[in-house]
Design a protein around this ligand. Structure first.
Ligand code: ZN
Ligand code: ZN
Length: 139
């Protein structure tokens, strides 16, 4: 839950392309699709293939540099910097707007395990629905 000054992730090779994707993520307040990142990178004079962006993003997710949210249609994935904050998002299925939730539905939830012990260190929840502007207009 702390804001950290970002250093280059340990053990990850530093390349210009990775630096570029990282800086796009760093300068965004909301989650971005690979396509968005590709576009922003171009504006920064850094040319990246979409497939390269995907590969870098997958690496970032694996290294916990970025967090990924996938839309229910299995199509679009959104990425944002892992800011080590506890946050959940709701995604509008029509306009793809991303809203940050003010609370965590699992805050008071205590998972039970019958078989073996398990120490929970985190969770992910993704909410889907319609924003105020789109509500009622769907299909
Ligand atoms: Zn909407
Ligand atoms: Zn939560």
């Amino acid at each position: 839950m702390k804001e950290q000054r970002r250093e280059w992730p340990r053990g990850m090779k530093r390349t210009r392309q990775r630096e570029c994707v990282l800086s796009v993520l760093e300068n965004s307040d909301s989650p971005l699709s690979a396509m968005d990142i590709c576009g922003s990178a171009q504006n920064r004079d850094c040319r990246l293939w979409l497939s390269t962006v995907y590969r870098i993003l997958e690496l970032f997710v694996k290294e916990e540099v970025a967090v990924k949210t996938t839309m229910p249609d299995g199509g679009t994935s959104l990425y944002e910097l892992n800011r080590y904050r506890h946050r959940h998002y709701a995604v509008c299925l029509r306009c793809r707007r991303v809203l940050e939730m003010d609370n965590c539905p699992l805050e008071k939830f205590v998972p039970e395990f019958s078989e073996s012990d398990f120490r929970v260190t985190g969770h992910r929840i993704e909410m889907y629905g319609y924003c105020r502007e789109c509500d009622g207009k769907e299909r």
